[in-house]
Ligand binder design. Sequence first.
Ligand code: GRF
Length: 188
Amino acid sequence: AKVAVLISGRGSNMTALVEAARAADCPYEVALVLSNKAEAEGLTLAAEAGIATLAIPSKPYGADREAHERAVDAALREAGIEVVALAGYMRILTPFLVEAWAGRMINIHPSLLPKYPGLDTHRRAIEAGDAEAGCTVHLVTVGVDEGPIVDQARVPIEAGDTPETLAARVLIAEHQLYPAALAKLVAG
Ligand code: GRF
């Protein structure tokens, strides 16, 4: 399956997806890495890995989120993309893009959903006194971080953890979970 990875920043999950796709038995290929920010570090990493990249800056579209999404959607179709993986794509999607890719768009979120949708997940988990944290891959629906769960991974919260130390531990789990969950989704 031809996959596009949508990013806004450093792209470490995108890199994990690209690296896993090198395995001969991987059922997906990363055919495009698309960013809404031209300066995203992940675009450079993807280009260095030999992946086609595209920046479609959202800023010029201002508040017209759907117009930006129409440009993104056209680029995905032009590239023959079958499945979209959001990886640190910092845009809330409108129903237009969600419905266009329903059942074929996934996201990774750094919490054990349904706990802690939205931002600042690690601080919230620590402040709640949780014993564990983790990450979730889910299908994208109109409700932010609310779609059906594809898979989750858990890590312990340790004494003295800060949001940063916990984020680093969860990120390692994200890099293992995301390629496996994407492979599971495309393999049916
Ligand atoms: C990850 O923690 C991901 O779960 C969240 O945003 C972060 C993106 O990091 N949605 P990266 O760009 O993949 O390094």
